[in-house]
Design a protein around this ligand. Structure first.
Ligand code: FNR
Length: 184
């Protein structure tokens, strides 16, 4: 069977650049891999009371979905130099209850996307901080800080910036090698 890679997008807006990049990366998935965007916007805010009581059905489904993935790839905007709450919430939800962290051991990657010049560096590294704790071995190199994205797509949401296309193709190649190495 094909290996399943979950793409997590830290923006809920319709015209999200992160979502557009996730769709581009999905379109260049190599043979043998399914890249699938996993929805996170419907998850209620994490509340530790749910760990002992009945969890929301959205949590149960989301944790099952994450559990079934072979690898994870995060697309994050930068909000006030950090990770958007919706993405941190998803990380938290799938990390609990204590001892049932379903991120555990899944090879990861991080791509940060920004209209600004710094390419979401702050968000990228804040996310990595959490990924260390939930034990997602995250590819170190190449890093992906994609800045100045406002002019990279045409009216049909197609990525037209050729150097970024090449960068992402190389990134995905390295990421898949990383996934193979970790998953054996
Ligand atoms: C931003 N933006 C932003 N950009 C950045 O490079 N560094 C930052 O710290 C912030 N902070 C920030 C806070 C909030 C609340 C918003 C709404 C936006 C701008 C951000 O890069 C821009 O809105 C992107 O387009 C967001 O990603 P999506 O939604 O296009 O995927």
């Amino acid at each position: 069977a094909n290996k399943k890679v979950g793409l997590f997008v830290g923006s809920l807006r319709k015209e999200s650049f992160n979502k557009k990049f996730a769709n581009y990366v999905k379109s260049i998935a190599p043979t043998g891999y399914d890249f699938e965007i996993i929805e996170i916007g419907h998850l209620p805010f994490y509340n530790e009371d749910f760990d002992t009581g009945t969890p929301p059905k959205e949590y149960v489904e989301f944790r099952e979905t994450v559990k079934g993935l072979d690898a994870v790839l995060f697309f994050t905007p930068e909000y006030n130099r950090s990770v958007p709450a919706v993405l941190k919430n998803a990380v938290d939800v799938a990390s609990r209850p204590y001892g049932k962290n379903v991120w555990d051991g899944k090879p990861g990657g991080v791509i940060s996307v920004s209209i600004g010049a710094i390419g979401g560096f702050g968000a990228n590294h804040h996310l990595r901080q959490s990924l260390v704790f939930v034990n997602v071995p995250t590819m170190a190199q190449p890093e992906a800080y994609i800045g100045g994205v406002a002019k990279m797509f045409d009216d049909d949401d197609k990525l037209t910036d050729e150097s970024t296309q090449k960068f992402l193709k190389d990134f995905v190649k390295a990421y898949i090698e990383w996934v193979e190495k970790i998953n054996g």
